[in-house]
Design a protein around this ligand. Structure first.
Ligand code: SAM
Length: 689
């Protein structure tokens, strides 16, 4: 019937009950074969072969193994994963560097340098957390923060952590497992008591409710002689299922089971309930002064809240405590003390909880062309859950982060995306990043959501991206300088002079030379006098009427909106949108984010009518701008390149290989080999070559 994932899950469930069930290993092998997971299929079938008693059964399994050997020739057993990964990285990285340098022939010195960089990247991209000693230190402007005691190379997996408490997002209650947050497939396992909580497997259901295992642990004996590789494999497939102690520890749904309030209250309040229950299990009664709910020094946003928001927190706390009291009686008393502890906890959750993100790739299908099917893949982030990670919440934010976080199941992974020197702050992005928004937009988003004024390098030092992201072009057509409006000028001046304006930026005063240096990086130097005033080009000083330019932009936006809103694309709408793009280009700086967005819309529009060559051009134009804003190896560029590569693939363009190499490098730097799990469509691009 083609339900391969479900078939795999059924096999896993059977093996959770009896690890020595040969037929389940055999079926697992068949499912993995059909899914193209040949390495796993070979292991499954080998295990099955060792356990199978009948000679006819053994012959059948051997037949399957031979078939795989033919279909997947040249594969060793046990599969040498390290070797295969290495060769991919080798070709990819060299190809990428070739692309970046844009050289037709490499000099010998350059080539050897590239190979050394390549070897370095290969050695550092691994999925095992490295033995890096992290330390929580006190910082001047951001409270506590995390550093490493040694230098850390780029792409190092620094830290992994299970949540202290986690909750599925409201909008994902019907679509994602309430324990591991993976997408629910056809065979959902509801909680046997309340059927309100939904799980992707019985194992997740057991984890969440903490009931005794429904199988006899005696059955975990394998009962056959296996090689050490196969034993490891069997353990890796079944390991979680036998870890009884681990299962009993979580049990975060137990106190909510059968009650209506967990579904009715906002997710962060239910999360606070889970934290309180965990704390009761660890320390006893809630509310005693000795009882500490998570870290009392953890930042919170209570002071910054307005009185209405404060009142709301108090009411939520009373409601939550009342619900918990119903379950835990005198262990959760309802008094002034417990209410204020709960209020504090809720405002700590506001600032410290992390959104658990899953990537969803969607395909925009267009008309088929002679090259076959055409689809542009786009990657969308879905916020599937919210969790408190105790060590994870010690990492501060930077709009130019040097570490990257992602999630597999509920586990938090943190990987460096730059080389980080010993004792240099390790900082992730809480959301806003340089290249995504202007500095003032980032600042107000962080202030509103996390109640702090960001003092990261991106917000306190001049950078090219912030200067160009919403700038106008110079009226002098020969000049590529930047023109800012008064809002941007004021904001950027605050970065240059910490005593100007209301922002207390904790950076040393930058010399005017420094500003000039940044400005001249943006523009061809004309030698004319530098000035940073609204409407004047930073490079040549020529004036532009910013108000008139804004009117042009508004008019252009109307034309683009018609394109966005249209369900049926007509020639009229498309040519109108193209004229609007020209208008935007005439008013805005070539690296303005708005231009990139519209180039991207045009790419999508041309894709949808099967004009792939045009789509490719617009997609490339958009990426060129985004590279200026984010840098070449940002994950956003990786995502955009996936779109470009899928167009190039449909066109049969040789340039596809270069895009694919760059994608591989960017994704492996951010996700290591986990990229293949998180972005299954990347496998598709790899296989298509
Ligand atoms: C998740 S906590 C990080 C750990 C925190 N510094 C502490 O001492 O517990 C988030 C809080 O750290 C501070 N913080 C994090 N990044 C910051 C930044 N870039 N600028 C200023 N404050 C920051 C803010 O007070 C924020 O509310």
């Amino acid at each position: 019937m083609g339900f391969l994932v479900e078939s795999l899950q059924d096999c896993n469930r059977a093996l959770a009950i009896c690890r020595s069930y040969s037929k389940a290993w055999y079926r697992r092998g068949k499912a993995n074969t059909s899914m193209g997971n040949y390495d796993n299929a070979v292991c499954d079938l080998k295990v099955s072969l060792c356990m199978e008693q009948s000679s006819s059964g053994k012959r059948q399994i051997e037949g399957e193994l031979k078939l795989i050997a033919v279909q997947h020739k040249g594969k060793d057993f046990p599969p040498n994963v390290a070797d295969s990964k290495e060769s991919v990285a080798n070709d990819d990285t060299v190809g990428l560097i070739y692309l970046i340098c844009g050289l037709s022939k490499w000099s010998r010195r350059l080539k050897s340098l590239l190979l050394r960089i390549n070897a370095f990247i290969k050695s550092s991209v691994t999925d095992q957390p490295q033995q890096i000693q992290l330390q929580c230190v006190s910082t001047e402007t951001k409270g506590r923060g995390m550093v490493s005691l040694t230098d850390v190379p780029q792409a190092t997996l620094l830290h992994t952590e299970e949540p202290y408490a986690a909750i599925v997002s409201k909008h994902c209650r019907e679509t994602h497992c309430h324990f591991c947050f993976n997408e629910l497939l056809a065979d959902i396992v509801p909680c046997p008591s309340c059927s309100m909580a939904l799980y992707c497997s019985q194992l997740c259901q057991i984890h969440a409710r903490g009931q005794d295992l429904p199988y006899d642990t005696k059955n975990h004996e394998i009962g056959a002689e296996l090689s050490s590789d196969l034993e490891k494999y069997v353990a890796s497939v079944t390991k979680e299922t036998v870890n009884d102690a681990n299962i009993k520890q979580n049990a975060e749904h137990r106190h909510e089971c059968g009650l209506n309030w967990p579904a009715a209250l906002p997710a962060e309040i239910v999360l606070a309930g889970r934290v309180i229950v965990k704390s009761i299990e660890q320390h006893g009664k809630f509310g005693q002064s000795s009882t500490i709910v998570i870290d009392p020094d953890l930042c919170h946003n209570y002071i910054q809240l307005n009185s209405e928001a404060k009142l709301e927190l108090h009411i939520s706390s009373i409601v939550l405590l009342k619900c918990l009291h119903h379950c835990y009686g005198s262990n959760v008393p309802l008094n002034g003390d417990t209410i204020s502890q709960c209020v504090l906890l809720l405002s700590q959750i506001n600032v410290n909880s992390m959104a658990i993100i899953r990537m969803r790739s969607s395909d925009t299908f267009g008309r088929l062309n002679s090259a076959g099917s055409l689809a542009t893949s786009t990657v969308e982030q879905v916020r599937v859950g919210q969790a408190i990670y105790l060590a994870g919440s010690m990492f501060n934010h930077s709009c130019q982060p040097n570490i990257h976080t992602y999630f597999l199941s509920r586990t938090l992974y943190i990987r460096t995306i730059d080389s980080v020197a010993a004792r240099q702050p390790l900082e992730l992005s809480y959301g806003p990043q340089v290249g995504q928004w202007s500095c003032s937009e980032r600042q107000s988003s962080l202030k509103e959501q996390y109640a702090f004024v960001c003092s990261c390098t991106g917000c306190s030092q001049l950078n090219i991206s912030d200067l160009v992201i919403s700038s106008f072009r110079c009226s002098n057509l020969n000049c590529s300088g930047v023109v800012l409006d008064s809002h941007l000028v004021n904001h950027e001046k605050q970065k240059v002079n910490p005593f100007h304006g209301s922002l207390l930026l904790q950076v040393g005063r930058l010399e005017l030379d420094e500003v000039k240096r940044v400005a001249s990086l943006l523009c061809q130097s004309t030698g004319s006098e530098y000035r940073i005033e609204p409407g004047y080009c930073l490079s040549c000083g020529v004036y532009r009427d910013v108000e008139a330019s804004n009117a042009v932009v508004k008019k252009a936006e109307l034309g683009i909106r018609r394109l966005e809103d249209s369900t049926q694309l007509s020639t009229n709408i498309l040519s109108n949108a193209l004229r609007s793009l020209d208008l935007l280009r005439s008013a805005l700086h070539p690296y303005n984010k708005k231009v990139a967005e519209v180039e991207d819309y045009m790419a999508q529009a041309f894709c949808s009518i099967g004009e792939l060559q045009q789509a490719q051009n617009y997609c490339q134009a958009s990426i060129k701008i985004l590279e200026k804003l984010y840098g070449h190896d940002h994950i956003v560029i990786g995502n955009e390149l996936v779109k470009l590569a899928s167009i190039q693939l449909s066109l049969g363009e040789p340039a596809f290989e270069e895009s694919r190499n760059q994608i591989n490098l960017i994704f492996s730097q951010h996700y290591g080999s986990h990229a293949d799990i998180i972005f299954p469509h990347l496998q598709f691009l790899k296989r298509r070559l």
